[in-house]
Design a protein around this ligand. Structure first.
Ligand code: DHB
Ligand code: FE
Length: 283
């Protein structure tokens, strides 16, 4: 029998495909020059052929690959699969010029235009929201050290079971999501919860591959954040917690040492972590 948790995970994967289609990220598709398509598609196909040659892939394996690729699409899991296994490299090559704060992958569960809540902000939560209360606060400055008083901090968190609102059914629409403009000094303060470690959906095609290869499906507990300010590069980031057993073997390979928080008990039953952002000016 399919458990409620599995059903919610399956919905999450499929929802990510609809969200991607509606996101506007496909603008520019027609502008990629043929030389570039030739280079990228050509080398990717060659890499696959090299693997088939080196490991003498059988027809049985070739057909299982076909069936699996079909199933990833039918399950709506291409955004999920690519964000787990490839986005970390794309993120790295596109942000390595930066002097400011390090970024990380967006993943499949960002939704723009979350409700604006002024700082200090409490995230929309259910009355009985589970998880240790967590306050995140800090400043947003330029690489030159000036406060960016028109910056915005967007945050989206999985709940204590690892589910994201707008993707898993049964959650209030904007649960644990908000857009928080910094205050007049360029500081922000956000009250939420510490999310749980997150297992990517195990019931779809991506999960089947993970099980068939004897990998695990875990990501360490993380906060998702975007920090933006006019004239500055958008920072897309995740923050992690020291001691999480999956910091060193995140299936999405998205942890960096600069992204580890140092939360401290705040005497109110929760924890507080300070994280200061530095944004690069747009070129
Ligand atoms: C996936 C989920 C996440 O929460 C995340 O941060 C990155 C990737 C995923 O399921 O693909
Ligand atoms: Fe996530």
């Amino acid at each position: 029998m399919t458990s409620e948790v599995e059903a919610r995970a399956a919905d999450s994967g499929a929802g990510a495909t609809d969200t991607f289609r509606q996101s506007g990220k496909l603008q520019g598709e027609a502008d990629i020059p043929p030389e570039r398509v030739n280079l990228l598609a050509g080398e990717l196909i060659k890499a696959a052929n090299d693997v088939a040659e080196k490991h003498e892939v059988t027809y049985e394996e070739f057909n299982i690959l076909k069936a699996w690729l079909i199933q990833v699409g039918e399950d709506g899991e291409w955004p999920l699969f690519l964000d787990v296994f490839l986005e970390h490299t794309v993120e790295d090559v596109n942000t390595r010029h930066r002097e400011g704060t390090k970024g990380s992958i967006e993943g499949p569960y960002y939704v723009p235009d979350a409700p604006t809540i002024s700082s200090p902000a409490t995230l929309p939560m259910r009355p009985d929201e589970k998880g240790t209360p967590l306050t995140l606060k800090g400043s947003v400055t330029s690489t030159g050290g000036e406060a960016l008083t028109d910056a915005k901090v967007e945050i989206w968190l999985a709940d204590d079971e690892g589910f994201y609102s707008r993707f898993a059914p049964g959650l209030p629409e904007w649960n644990l999501r908000a857009t928080v403009p910094v205050d007049s000094e360029g500081n922000y303060e956000i009250h939420g919860i510490k999310p749980a470690p997150y297992q990517i959906p195990t019931d779809g095609a991506t999960g089947k591959l993970i099980a068939a290869a004897d990998w695990h499906a875990w990501r360490p507990a993380h906060l998702h954040i975007k920090v933006s300010a006019p004239g500055h590069e958008l920072l897309t980031q995740q923050l992690y917690f020291p001691g999480d057993q999956h910091n060193d073997d995140d299936i999405a390979a998205a942890v960096k040492p600069e992204l580890l928080l140092d939360p401290q008990p705040n005497g109110e039953g929760g924890e507080t972590a300070v994280y200061d952002y530095v944004l690069d000016a747009q070129a």
